[in-house]
Design a protein around this ligand. Structure first.
Ligand SMILES: CC(C)(COP(=O)(O)OP(=O)(O)OC[C@H]1O[C@@H](n2cnc3c(N)ncnc32)[C@H](O)[C@@H]1OP(=O)(O)O)[C@@H](O)C(=O)NCCC(=O)NCCSC(=O)C[C@H](O)C(=O)O
Length: 353
């Protein structure tokens, strides 16, 4: 009689049985495919507060009723960062669970009206591009357009286009043209001077941009706070968004990967850097994000810091109480290496009101 729990017998059984696989490989995606994601998620106040607290996003309008009412909300709403992370988390089982890197995202947009706790999120994606990777034959590069909607009303709550490297079943033969990256030995091309805004109101950003215009300068500064990655940020936060990517919670599999360990969900890295940036400004409303890229991985023990460059300011916000500012935010680690970059458009409160 077979003793299935005898270690040698069991090891051989494991070798011989079929593995019921999860996720999809590059070959499973075809441009135009529509994927309705099965997991749904009810956006809760607890989930929102857990995400926002751990990523140092402490804007009182998302925590306190009086501050929420002052911003025109009925109650503290769901924060756009948590909404974005949850919209993406739900898609992972179908799109990126097989592994591969989250490379970037663009055209991240939210409606003007707030989203409140209790909203059930329904998410669907369309495959918009499948490309070979010239530098990594074992991967392909897939882009999806994803929309998170209110399951009850059908209103779009969050939409974006995302790109990942996705493992192939069969590696491609390549001409190697992508592997010989030329060394860039140019001197850094930086402005002569850096200006930091005096405060965090819209007028402070306008004044700093005007001063920079006169002086071959950039409005750019770093934020003091850092957040060292731990088991909560690396494993718990993505799992709370139903993100099943093994990169974030399977140390056994990841010990063989380039990081040698589980790595931080891109949306946690990004939210943490944005939290640092928002702590130095008077945010009114998030409008959207573009050109987001993840440059290298972040693992347990790494510390996420943030750097901000102010690109432009326009007095065209949805409320008279605010103006619109476009930022470039760069998250960097304890070795000063950029790990994330992206542009962000946000409405920033005016001092005069
Ligand atoms: C992924 C990297 C290891 C790649 O680094 P490197 O080898 O230096 O290559 P390149 O930067 O040249 O990029 C390789 C190819 O990918 C294309 N690329 C890169 N960025 C984009 C983009 N934003 N959009 C489209 N295509 C992009 C390049 O053009 C190259 O193409 P080719 O020459 O044809 O091969 C390195 O970048 C890295 O480590 N990045 C960090 C990744 C990361 O940590 N992401 C967040 C954590 S993982 C995650 O959150 C998973 C998530 O849960 C999920 O499921 O999505």
């Amino acid at each position: 009689m077979t003793d299935w729990t005898d270690p040698d017998t069991f090891a051989q059984a494991l070798e011989e049985v079929e593995t019921k696989e999860k996720g999809n490989c590059f070959e499973d995606f075809e441009e135009g495919d529509l994927i309705e994601h099965d997991p749904g998620l009810t956006l809760t106040r607890w989930g929102n507060e857990q995400w926002m607290g751990q990523t140092l996003n402490h804007d009182p309008a998302y925590w306190r009723t009086d501050a929420a009412e002052d911003r025109g909300f009925d109650e503290p709403p769901i924060h756009p960062d948590y909404l974005t992370a949850a919209t993406l988390g739900i898609t992972v089982e179908d799109l990126s669970e097989k592994g591969g890197y989250f490379l970037g995202r663009t055209d991240v947009r939210f409606p003007e009206s707030p989203v409140y706790a209790g909203t059930e999120l329904h998410v669907e994606s369309e495959v918009v591009n499948c490309a070979t990777s010239s530098s990594r034959p074992e991967y392909g590069i897939v882009s999806w357009r994803t929309r998170g909607t209110d399951a009850e009303t059908g209103d779009v709550l969050c939409s974006y286009e995302r790109t990942n490297m996705i493992p192939r079943r069969e590696p491609m033969a390549t001409d190697g043209s992508g592997t010989a990256a030329a060394e860039d030995e140019d001197e850094p091309d930086l402005p002569e001077e850096f200006i930091a805004p005096e405060g965090g109101y819209y007028e402070d950003f306008v004044a700093a941009l005007e001063q920079a215009d006169d002086e071959n300068a950039a409005v750019a500064y770093r934020h003091e706070r850092g957040r060292t990655q731990d088991d909560v940020t690396v494993a718990s936060l993505p799992l709370a968004t139903l993100n099943t990517a093994k990169q974030h919670h399977n140390v056994d599999v990841m010990s063989d990967s380039p990081s040698g360990n589980i790595v931080t969900y891109g949306d946690v890295t990004r939210s943490t850097a944005l939290g640092h940036a928002r702590s130095d400004e008077q945010t009114w409303r998030e409008v959207g994000f573009d050109d987001e890229s993840f440059h290298t991985f972040v693992a347990v023990g790494d510390t996420v810091y943030a750097f901000t460059r102010v690109i432009e300011a326009e007095d065209d916000a949805s409320s008279d109480e605010a103006g619109t500012v476009t930022f470039e935010h760069i998250a960097f680690n304890q070795n000063d290496e950029p790990v994330y970059s992206g542009t962000r458009t946000a409405e920033i409160r005016k001092r005069s009101n």
